[in-house]
Design a binder for this molecule. Structure first.
Ligand code: FEO
Ligand code: CA
Ligand code: CA
Ligand code: CA
Length: 593
């Protein structure tokens, strides 16, 4: 299989077939190199990675974290060979049946689970968060960490942060440890990301609910805690046993301090990260930035849960190039999307509107006693969106904005539990996912209406051979590019759309012929999709960024061997490690050409 077709002027590479082995595969003429795996020594005094997971919490705090996800390359002085690579460490892989960390403690994982101590919890907390890594390309063309750089930074579940914006200081955010409601310890489950034109990184707190549980022995959750999915009793990661703030019965407001977009200035290593409450509290996937026609900051955001929503923030103030934009994300309007069928039912296209989430402007929110004030609307964003009638989507993951046209794309990864199809989410029991796109009215990112269509309905035409069966996928899905569960999504400067998957890798049944998780490239005009890269066993492919000249691409391989069956990237008997992969074209050209 494989072989490029002549269609797209944007894509010059030859498509590759699927693979199922424990290695990365890339289009001919390109090279993929591993950089900065979990455990890489970063800060002063960090030990080398031992290889058996025996590092303690203090060592982990000085090394790169686990499960790399969203990422951005901030060039230094516009250079193509030096910059700050900022990346998320989403979580540590756990076996949720056996209740132990699969790789964090190496082969001792199961034994550690029986003697679970405070240092083990703290190691996990230190493996989460964000790394700022100063990197440089040497004369041989190889990228590496800059030794002893003062830019290197680890941000973990312990790092002091500030809550800012309309909800900061509200009673819903006050705890015993922080009566001010403005100071939080840490960030975790940092999934996708965004970045701003003023040089800051946006890290997105996603499944924070998995870190809150109770040792009280009873389900004492409120309606809101259930809507956000807190565990009834023991949490998935079981931090509450050694860090009481994660026990929702003892500390009922602590979970309100997670689920935010966090803004980080990577160029100021002592700056305090800011949790921007104006952007709402959901299971944030990523944060795609755009400017409105009049220069306001617009941030598109997905809430990754089956039947949850897509949001947009529009700032009150305007971006000032070279000016102080440090409060821009602290006041503005928060909207949630409604996708309508439009004039022609059944054509996978329609019109939509952005519904304002503002207590002062909405009688339904005013009449609802759950929202005492606008701070409550922001803390309980999901509940407010339920009230205004937003469209339940098939798990919104990454949003990406076309750099020239402003058209917006979102991955809807799958929703096997969907009961009632609608036009933007047209399949019940949707196991493959789709990418939906929209054009804001007047081409203005601040518009309150839009026109949408489905860019690709992922599917498997090798298994579901009747092309009228929606499980076969849309016409741009073929035997050569079939995939499931699109997740990571980004445009490059030329407008190529890069699609990364986080789906089923069984290569059997409904997924036969789809292989390991992968990265594909698409032409937004012709809609052609070509497979560019395939990851190793049991991984997800995520995180996309480029140098300014688009000649170096950075992606992340997350959780290789999440079920225990990988030795990537070390090979031999080594334990698998999430890592960044650097992609270059052998002739030195732009990636994808
Ligand atoms: Fe962390 Fe929705 O992926
Ligand atoms: Ca329609
Ligand atoms: Ca994701
Ligand atoms: Ca996913």
């Amino acid at each position: 299989t494989g072989g490029s077709r002549s269609g797209s002027p944007l894509m010059g590479f030859t498509a590759i077939p699927i693979s199922t082995d424990d290695a990365v595969h890339i289009a001919p003429g390109y090279t993929a190199t591993v950089l900065a795996p979990w455990g890489t020594p970063l800060l002063d005094g960090a030990p080398a990675f031992k290889g058996d997971g025996s590092e303690d919490a203090a060592a982990q705090a000085l090394q790169l974290g686990d499960n790399h996800d969203g990422m951005h390359f901030f060039a230094i002085d516009g250079k193509n060979d030096e910059g700050l690579l900022v990346l998320n460490h989403e979580y540590c892989t756990v076996d949720d049946k056996k209740k132990h960390y699969v790789w964090l403690f190496g082969a001792q994982g199961e034994a550690v689970a029986r003697k679970w101590g405070r240092d083990h919890v703290h190691k996990a907390m230190n493996a989460h968060g964000v790394s700022v890594v100063h990197i440089q390309r040497n004369a041989q063309g190889r990228w590496d960490l800059v030794k002893d750089s003062l830019y290197h930074r680890r941000i973990t579940a312990h790092t002091a942060m500030e809550l800012t914006g309309p909800a900061a200081g509200d009673a819903l955010l006050q705890t015993q440890g922080d009566p001010s409601g403005r100071r939080v310890q840490g960030t975790f489950n940092n999934c996708g990301n965004g970045f701003t034109p003023w040089g800051t990184y946006l890290t997105c707190e996603e499944n924070f609910n998995n870190y809150f549980g109770t040792t009280s022995g009873a389900d004492q959750r409120t309606v809101a805690q259930k809507r956000y999915g807190l565990s009834a009793q023991a949490s998935l990661f079981q931090w509450e046993g050694h860090e009481p703030r994660f026990d929702y019965v003892k500390h009922p407001q602590e979970s309100h301090r997670f689920g935010w977009i966090v803004e980080i200035d990577p160029f100021n290593p002592t700056s305090m990260p800011k949790k921007r409450t104006a952007l709402g509290r959901i299971k944030h996937e990523n944060a795609a930035f755009a400017l409105s026609k009049d220069g306001r900051a617009v941030v598109y955001m997905g809430d990754d849960q089956a039947d949850d929503y897509i949001y947009k923030f529009v700032s009150d103030g305007k971006y000032v190039k070279g000016g102080d934009n440090s409060r821009l994300l602290d006041s503005g309007k928060l909207y949630v999307a409604r996708f309508g069928a439009g004039a022609t039912p059944g054509d996978f296209a329609g019109t939509g509107e952005w519904l304002l989430l503002d207590k002062a402007a909405d009688p339904k929110l005013q009449a609802d006693s759950r929202f005492a004030n606008q701070a409550a609307v922001l803390v309980y964003t999901r509940l407010a969106a339920d009230v205004v009638g937003a469209t339940k989507m098939d798990r919104p993951e990454w949003v990406a904005v076309h750099p020239h046209t402003g058209e917006v794309y979102v991955t809807l990864t799958n929703n096997s539990g969907r009961k009632a199809a609608d036009e933007a989410n047209p399949r019940e029991k949707n196991i493959y996912g789709q990418i939906v796109r929209w054009r804001e009215t007047g081409g203005d990112a601040a518009a309150t209406t839009f026109a949408w269509d489905i860019f690709v309905l992922a599917g498997n035409p090798m298994v579901h051979t009747d092309r009228k069966d929606l499980r076969a996928g849309s016409a741009n899905v073929t035997a050569d590019n079939s995939f499931n569960s699109p997740d990571g999504l980004a445009f490059d400067n030329d407008g190529r759309l890069w699609i990364q998957t986080d789906g089923k890798y069984s290569n059997r049944g409904d997924y036969a012929g789809q292989g390991n998780n992968q990265m594909l490239c698409a032409d937004p005009v012709s809609k052609e999709i070509r497979r560019f890269f395939v990851g190793p066993k049991e991984c997800e492919v995520t995180g996309i960024s480029f140098t300014p000249d688009s000649k170096t691409m950075f992606i992340n391989i997350q959780h290789p061997g999440e079920e225990g069956d990988s030795h990537w990237p070390g090979g031999g008997n080594s334990i698998p490690r999430s890592a960044t992969v650097v992609i270059t074209k052998n002739d030195g050209g732009v990636i994808g050409t």
